[in-house]
Design a protein around this ligand. Structure first.
Ligand code: PEP
Ligand code: MN
Length: 337
């Protein structure tokens, strides 16, 4: 169960509740985030709820028996919104569109992408500087210097950035140059990394594991939340199945299910989801209908010479067309729902 506490609850008040919970054979964990204080009590049976009325510092009690709790919609019916500042909001009234190359390739690549995004009024640029690559001989990213250039060019153009963090030791070095940390599919259950990202006050987009279940993704998100960071986005990027006609099996169902089970915003990644340029647009549009709050799309001025994932990058013309369709479809969806 989730016990919601007043923000001014004292250590003594929290201890009293913890002691009571232990007498009821429940094991308590205290959670403090940017926004609130909670006790998560885990056990076989819940006590009579009336017994909690003697504790002044409790504001609400929620019976959530799932393995994930704080990320569940069972206690928080309102969808969470991630505010990146300067009017850039994810999970609000507009679709969040994040676009950019798979890897940041250098100044020219940053500048031409920024110009393309500005022309299309896209406010979030993606791009990896630490790249998880299947082969150690492939391009592995420009590292922290590349990140600094990426961030400063975007900042001076009013664009936020999302980039992948691969290990906890990178978090601190990156923190002044990141608007959203991305946790990639390969790190989706790197619990040390998730714990560490829970301790900072920056949004984190958590991708689904390569063969991860929806429940595993939600439990991974719970690691971040329960360590103190409520600013989480969930990302569907496809899973590995027996099908090999495309890169991954993009799970459109997961989008609808995640929106039902969690209050966190859901972002679709059709680029890695299908992995073939000519299908990315259709899958992106299907995601919007399935309930996604936004998309993350790989775009490149010349996909054929991209340092990584060129086969699934849209060129600027294709991307421009897709942004228009996403915005149009979003408006249409609002109209009919
Ligand atoms: C990426 O976004 O570039 C990436 C590596 O994605 P994933 O972790 O989903 O494979
Ligand atoms: Mn990629």
């Amino acid at each position: 169960m989730i016990i919601q506490l007043k923000n001014n609850s004292t250590k003594t008040q929290i201890e009293e509740i913890n002691n009571f919970l232990k007498t009821q054979k429940l094991s308590p964990s205290f959670v403090q985030t940017q926004f609130g204080k909670y006790i998560i009590a885990v056990g076989k049976n819940y006590p009579d709820m009336r017994l909690f009325s003697k504790f002044d510092s409790i504001t609400d009690l929620h019976r959530v028996s799932d393995n994930y709790k704080l990320v569940s919609k069972k206690w928080k019916l309102d969808n969470s919104i991630i505010d990146l500042g300067d009017g850039v909001i994810i999970g609000g009234n507009e679709p969040a569109i994040m676009a950019g190359p798979c890897s940041i390739e250098g100044e020219e690549n940053i500048l031409e992408t920024v110009a393309h995004l500005k022309e299309n009024n896209i406010k979030i640029m993606r791009g990896g500087v630490y790249k998880p690559r299947s082969s150690p001989y492939s391009f592995r990213g420009l590292g922290i210097d590349g990140l600094k250039d990426f961030y400063s060019e975007c900042k001076s153009n009013g664009i936020k950035i999302i980039t992948e963090v691969m290990q906890s030791s990178q978090i601190e070095d990156m923190i002044d140059y990141v608007d959203i940390y991305q946790v990639g599919a390969r790190n989706s259950q790197n619990f040390n990394l998730l714990d560490a990202l829970g301790e900072i006050d920056k949004p984190v987009m958590l991708k689904r594991g390569i063969s991860g279940t929806i429940e595993e993704q939600l439990q991974a998100a719970e690691y971040i939340f329960s360590n103190g960071n409520e600013k989480i986005l969930l990302c569907e990027r496809g899973i590995r199945t027996y099908e090999n006609a495309y890169r991954n099996t993009f799970d459109i169902n997961a989008i609808s299910i995640l929106k039902e089970k969690s209050h966190l915003p859901v972002i679709a990644d059709p680029s890695h989801g299908v992995g073939i340029r000519k299908h990315v647009g259709n899958v992106a549009l299907a995601s919007i209908i399935a309930g996604a709050d936004g998309v993350i799309i790989e775009v490149h001025k010349q996909p054929q010479v991209a340092f990584s994932d060129g086969q699934q990058n849209l060129d600027f013309r294709e991307a421009t067309e897709l942004y228009k369709k996403i915005k149009g479809l979003w408006a249409y969806k609002k109209l009919i729902s």
